[in-house]
Design a protein around this ligand. Structure first.
Ligand SMILES: C[S@@+](CC[C@H](N)C(=O)[O-])C[C@H]1O[C@@H](n2cnc3c(N)ncnc32)[C@H](O)[C@@H]1O
Length: 194
């Protein structure tokens, strides 16, 4: 087996991020890579989740960041584009993380229905977050589990207003400091919400 590349401390997996940018330029797809992997690593290091759910794998950059931050974590990450799934599995294997990161191929709603609750951290990094998907992620989170939600600025229409109301509901969520320069919300699930 090939020796995995060394993981630099500050911007771990920057090579996967760069590969994702190159892939998007050639593929013309929606694989916009997350801009603040170090913040995800810090979040995982602080909270030490044992189970992480990710929606939107692309080439595996953020899944690897989350796995790197929490040594015992199992990451379930969902991706609908078959080419992204193949490329992500190869990147994850290159870093010897295949035993801790599972790439599920399918649409978010279909794969979510096969997963069982008990996640400590859930990261939405698809395109605009749909309300029904965020509600299902809340259901899959443990009490005090953390929801990280990117791309809120892409949500539009009445769904966006309902989503904003949901995330602002103090009975469901406690707002924590955002990441990615304020573009990505971080919220803790209130224990009493289901
Ligand atoms: C913004 S990219 C994810 C970037 C990745 N987290 C990273 O930082 O490199 C969004 C990904 O979600 C996938 N995607 C978007 N909507 C989806 C859906 N409804 N079901 C499954 N995959 C979806 C896209 O194919 C794309 O690869």
């Amino acid at each position: 087996m090939a020796t995995p590349p060394p993981i630099p401390f500050d911007n771990a997996f920057a090579d996967i991020q760069a590969a994702t940018r190159r892939h998007r330029a050639q593929h013309g797809c929606g694989a916009y890579t997350f801009e603040d992997g170090p913040a995800l690593i810090r979040l995982a290091r602080t909270r030490l989740p044992k189970r992480v759910l990710e929606l939107g794998t692309a080439l595996g950059y953020t899944a690897c960041c989350l796995a790197h931050g929490s040594p015992l974590v199992q990451v379930d990450t969902i991706e609908g584009d078959p080419e992204h799934v193949t490329l992500a599995r190869a990147q994850i294997a290159r870093y010897n993380l295949s035993s801790r990161v599972t790439v599920h191929h399918g649409q978010f709603d279909a794969v979510l229905s096969r997963l069982s609750p008990g996640y400590d951290l859930a990261f939405f990094d698809g395109f605009a977050p749909p309300l029904d998907i965020i509600l299902r992620m809340r259901h899959l989170l443990n009490d005090d589990g953390v929801l990280v939600c990117s791309n809120l600025q892409l949500a539009g229409g009445s769904d966006a207003q309902l989503l904003a109301a949901e995330l602002a509901n103090p009975k469901h969520w406690q707002r924590l400091d955002p990441i990615e320069g304020g573009r990505t919300a971080v919220l803790a699930k209130r224990p009493s919400s289901v």
